[in-house]
Design a protein around this ligand. Sequence first.
Ligand code: HEM
Length: 256
Amino acid sequence: MARESLIGRMNRKAFGYLASRFPPTPWADLTRRTVETVQRQVPRSHAEKYELKTIWYWYPLYCLGGISFVAFIILTITGILLGFYYIPDGTIEFTRTGGVTSPAFRSMHFIMNEVPFGFMVRGLHHWAAHVMIAAVFLHMMRVYFTGAYKKPRELNWLLGVILLLVTLFFGYSGYLLPANDLSRGAATIGINMAKAVPPQWLGELQTQLFFGELDPTGFYIIRMYWFHVFILPLVGTLLMIVHMALVWIQGVAEPH
Ligand code: HEM
């Protein structure tokens, strides 16, 4: 009998090792069943599946929750990239010509002008934020006008309300981070509004809590950064998971 080559023996050993531990038959069987199930279901349209008499032309609006989530994923990825270069320090400094600057503002300048594709990553982050806010609002309107907030979905509506607040706070905290004139103006408005809430001790307490100071000197940047990259992503991600798990468990409230 001809002697088996070295390669042949190694091949047999490697495949024998794998085949005895991970036998292919159940996997092949599983794959076959999955394929057959998909093939059985795909040709049935939604209308066929639920035996609908009319097609609901508002169905595309049922994408809006998913669009909010996709925007959130894009924001997470581009946000992580921006985090490599952004410096959350709003300490006010003056340029030689008397202009106002800060390490945070200079780091934004660096991202826009020096970091390869930095302006694109910031642009994506900026526009995905706009898309997310719009999509979340429109999603809420879709849920309201199709009556999908009614029993048994009251809890998911309430989770949605918190998600709306989280999304808006994401937007506001991010708006302050570039530390440019516009964001300093927005910080001043926010601080004054928070402080104006009566009684005085409560107004000042919440201003300290949210901005870390009672007058906009630039310290608010690190506080907003902490909300923007730690607290809000943590709370938001957990709530989104529960929100979508409930949709999965309860099913989408479809108008038929
Ligand atoms: C970060 C924000 C949000 C995300 C990522 C999100 C995601 C989703 C997704 C993927 C669905 C499945 C159906 C669909 O897409 O229309 C859904 C359903 C739902 N969402 Fe949201 N959502 C968000 C905010 C909100 C808000 C602000 C509200 C209301 C105040 C809300 C209330 C609901 C309700 C009640 C359902 C069930 C609707 C049904 O069964 O037809 N969600 N959400």
